[in-house]
Design a binder for this molecule. Structure first.
Ligand code: GLU
Length: 425
């Protein structure tokens, strides 16, 4: 490889580039394809003036990055978080390209977001911010160009504001312009649980491949938001013992198993939607970070990036890590846990149920015809299972880690598409 490698001070982007270059080199990818795929196709920075409830005006910064549209419209979420910047969106956008490619769905990858702390914003401020953001990035989004979705701190409500703004601007209903909408407004049954159900499918197939009985297998799920909750519920339904869960209020460990249904009801019924105050016999409460180093068979980090890092990696006792979040294991930590014999199922395989679910929603939107939840899961689970084994078998056959195997499979499909479509444009 004779291309000059790009690097970044942003850890997420630097990691994404390093992973890409490493895999590209291993597969002998042509230099011109490396140059093309190491950069986003299009990045848009927007400023977002928002009238606050007290009448003052605050200007926020927003971004939308389309990393690749070689396989189809760019696809990926929109996050609201103080850390959001252009480089983070670029990194996460490239991860979406590999995720959609690996999942075998007809999408490229993108990501967007607004640098803000949504906990400081009222509902009406959030609505104005979302509508302004949608209007500002409107020229580059559409059901055949770029389709945003929920991500960290955004959900069904933000997606409805998004769809409504675009529809009003264009003078016609545009349900397929975003996914992750509520069921009543062109959303899809099954989409809310899809990421967690997909993560659980990977955990089950992993245990099966390793000859471990799912019944009674121990799991710790870090993060009890959308992904963690549904992964926990699905695993508990399969007979696994979820021994630990956590959220911003701390870690909750019970050697005999957390009553996941009860914890779910607790979170759903309190206004802050946290685990604070959750009780059951034999429950040990601890610091949120300490949950990561408790005894378990599988650790499933489902919160933010960097949860397992160089500082805490050596304390992990799990035999397996299944990445429910995007980038929860840092590259240094990946090396450390690899050396300890811990197998990691990478994020863009494990959490791809979300975007596969988005694809199902978009298909239903284009057809104006809706599926039942059974039909949805009936399609989701076999796709997740196939994708798991595609990576698992490749990793076994070529003796590479699952993350590297996933990159190799994903990059190949995108590179083939770029090669066939050529460089016009
Ligand atoms: N934000 C989710 C992800 O990172 C879903 C993206 C989508 O559905 O487009 O995979």
């Amino acid at each position: 490889m004779s291309v000059k490698k790009r690097t970044s001070k942003n850890v997420l982007l630097d990691t994404a580039l390093e992973n890409f270059y490493g895999a590209a080199e291993e597969m002998g990818l042509d230099d011109d394809l490396i140059e093309i795929l190491s950069r986003p196709e299009r990045s848009l920075c927007v400023s977002l003036p928002v009238t606050m409830d007290d009448g003052s005006v605050r200007v926020f910064e927003g971004y939308r990055v389309q990393h690749s549209t070689a396989l189809g419209p760019a696809k990926g979420g929109v996050r609201y978080h103080p850390n959001v910047d252009l480089e983070e969106c670029e990194a996460l956008g490239s991860l979406m390209t590999w995720k959609c490619s690996l999942a075998g769905i007809p999408y490229g990858g993108g990501k967007g977001g607004v640098s803000c702390d949504p906990s400081e914003l009222s509902m009406t401020e959030k609505e104005r911010l979302t509508r302004t953001f949608a209007a500002r990035i409107s020229p580059i989004i559409g059901e055949w160009t770029d389709i945003p979705a929920p991500d960290v701190n955004t959900g069904a409500q933000e997606m409805v504001w998004f769809m409504d703004t675009i529809s009003k601007m264009r003078g016609s209903l545009e349900p397929g312009v975003v996914t992750g909408k509520p069921i009543s407004i062109w959303g899809s049954r099954g989409r809310t649980a899809a990421t967690g159900v997909g993560v659980a499918t990977c955990v089950r197939e992993l245990l099966k491949s390793e000859d471990i009985d799912v019944n009674g297998a121990r799991l710790i799920i870090q993060g009890f938001g959308n992904v963690g909750t549904y992964a926990a519920l699905s695993m508990a339904n399969s007979g696994a013992k979820v021994v630990g869960i956590s959220d911003i209020t701390g870690g909750y460990y019970a050697a005999d198993g957390i009553d996941v249904q009860k914890a779910f009801k607790h979170v759903s019924s309190n206004p802050k939607r946290t685990l604070d105050g959750y009780e059951q016999p034999g429950l040990k409460k601890m610091d949120g970070d300490d949950i990561l180093s408790q005894e378990t068979d599988v650790l499933v980090p489902c919160a933010l990036e960097g949860a397992v890092n160089a500082k805490n990696a050596a304390s992990i006792k799990a035999k397996y890590i299944v990445e429910g979040a995007n980038g929860p294991v840092t590259p240094d930590a990946d090396e450390i846990v690899g050396g300890m014999g811990i197998l990691v199922v990478p994020d863009f395989l494990a959490n791809s149920g979300g975007v596969i679910g988005s694809y199902f929603e978009w298909v239903q939107n284009l057809n104006g015809f809706f599926w039942t939840e059974e039909e949805y899961n009936h399609r989701l689970i076999p796709i997740m299972t196939d994708n798991f084994y595609r990576v698992w078998n490749y990793s076994r056959e070529y003796g590479v880690k699952m993350r590297r195997a996933a990159f190799l499979v994903a990059i190949k499909r995108v590179a083939d598409a770029v090669k066939m479509r050529g460089t016009f444009l």
